[in-house]
Design a protein around this ligand. Structure first.
Ligand SMILES: [Zn+2]
Length: 484
């Protein structure tokens, strides 16, 4: 009898109760992935992102999911950025067959970004295998293929924002506006304990800025018991927002009218490209833009712009107002979107003044590299850097003032002017994160978990949060589980 009582106590103790396990983005700003278990043992994965830019560690980190795909009952996806969505095709390839729940716009953006990601993985492995073959080494397989991405996309299930949706007997989800990129959402969960008590957990995903050019402000979100909060800029403040429109106009005039050169703008396909086109569109409407041919040279950017047009209801009031008299804020006379490679090559035969917006933003991949070969050696031209470039990338080297850079194996002299506009950013700084969580009653928050930030940044953010009266702030380590 005593033995039976003892055994039942042991079993009760090892029974999995509601918990959250932090699998990715614990010591970095990529690889977001957290596993929530409900009282009824439903396992819900919050994001399934790729690790990016971690050198030799990147590939092994991505190949090990850290979860059993057969064990998971649902995936909730905060937004389409690859560091949050990019490992979903591997999850599906390895056996996950449930729903991937997100907002309608996130589903559309993922159709472009996940297919592009699969294409990159297939291409990279093709070239790696050519080298391995020469060395007599065994071929490797891509992380996932286009077919895997297609299968993954068939599991997407979009739900409206600002609406409670029951996904299991004991779990409800409500997406609210995050203001970060098109479709991005804050994930608010309600979980019912066995005793009927409701536990509220909110996962911020990535939080956008207030007063963004295109995106809405992040919305206040329902009171949470537990908050998983991103910390990308948790210890820093962005520069005061300067007038990017006039800065851009001055650079256009100086390059194309005064120097009679070409202006090359490397830009991320989703977000930055549309911000720049929107700014140029505004200048065009005001009759301030010189008459010049302008090209967006990237099939991915063209597709991303189409998704943004189709989901313009996700954009802020200023854009909606503009659209009352200008139905296409991403198109105007003189602007051409280029998809075909042959048309892209033709751009470099004619040397007359023009503006070319192309990807990738950090200049280490894509068509931008061809444009740099043709424009860097001439001082008439300008390269305008409008986003973050990590130090090792081609963009990082240009920012660092390199006199020459290697592009496709050749050393190219840097004679063109290198300019920057730094006022664009998609992440909230700490003052904006404080504003974002100010909708919460501090005394009701049981824990704040800081994720998606470098370790030192999170430590700094924790001190700031404590100064503002927030308590019980935890910085979880990789694979740490916390009972809720
Ligand atoms: Zn993001």
């Amino acid at each position: 009898m005593i033995l039976l009582l003892y055994l039942s106590l042991v079993i009760a103790n090892i029974r999995v109760l509601m918990e959250i396990k932090f699998i990715g983005a614990t010591e970095s700003v990529t690889g977001s992935k957290h596993l929530l278990t409900s009282d009824s043992k439903k396992k819900i994965l919050l994001d399934c992102g790729l690790y990016q830019g971690m050198g030799k560690e990147t590939d092994p980190l991505n190949r090990s999911l850290g979860v059993d795909p057969f064990d998971i009952d649902a995936v909730l996806l905060s937004h389409a950025h690859i560091d949050h969505s990019g490992n979903l095709p591997l999850l599906v390839k390895e056996g996950y067959g449930g729903k991937i729940i997100c907002t309608p716009a996130t589903e559309e953006v993922c159709k472009i970004l996940l297919m592009d990601s699969a294409n990159i993985h297939e291409n990279d492995v093709y070239f790696i295998n050519k080298r391995r073959e020469r060395k007599g080494l065994e071929k490797i397989k891509p992380l996932y293929t286009i077919a895997d991405a297609e299968k993954c996309l068939s599991l997407f299930h979009s739900i409206p924002v600002n609406t409670d949706v029951q996904i299991f007997d004991d779990v409800w989800v409500r997406f609210t506006e995050a203001g970060h990129i098109l479709g991005s959402a804050i994930t608010n969960l309600k979980l019912k304990r066995k005793n009927g008590e409701i536990v509220k957990l909110t996962y911020s995903g990535d939080v956008g800025r207030y007063g963004d050019m295109l995106m809405k402000d992040p919305d206040p979100f329902p009171q949470a018991d537990y908050l998983i909060l991103e910390s990308t800029y948790g210890n820093s403040l962005h520069d005061k927002q300067v007038d990017a429109t006039n800065q851009l106009l001055e650079i256009v005039k100086n390059t194309c009218l005064v120097k009679k050169g070409r202006l090359i703008i490397p830009a991320f396909s989703l977000g930055r490209t549309q911000e720049i086109v929107y700014t140029l569109n505004k200048l065009f409407n005001q009759n301030k833009l010189p008459k010049l041919p302008i090209y967006v040279d990237s099939p991915l950017s063209a597709s991303a712009t189409k998704v943004m047009r189709d989901h313009h209801y996700c954009l802020n009031e200023d854009v909606q107002k503009l659209m009352e008299h200008d139905p296409d804020p991403f198109g105007f006379e003189g602007l051409t979107y280029i998809r075909k490679a042959e048309e892209s090559k033709l751009l470099n035969e004619n040397k007359s003044p023009c503006i070319i917006i192309s990807s990738s933003g950090m200049m280490d991949a894509g068509r931008i590299k061809h444009h740099l070969i043709h424009t860097l050696p001439n001082q008439k031209n300008t390269i305008l850097i409008s986003g973050y470039c990590s130090p090792g990338t081609l963009g990082g080297k240009l920012l660092d003032g390199a006199n020459e850079v290697r592009v496709f194996g050749d050393m190219i002299p840097v004679k063109a002017e290198i300019k920057t506009i730094t006022s664009f950013s998609a992440h909230a700084d700490y003052s904006e994160l404080l504003k974002f969580i100010s909708c919460q009653d501090k005394s009701l928050l049981k824990n704040i978990f800081l994720v998606h930030g470098e370790t030192e940044v999170k430590k700094g953010f924790k001190i700031i949060l404590e100064k503002y009266g927030y308590n019980n702030i935890l910085i979880p380590f990789k694979n740490e589980s916390v009972k809720l």
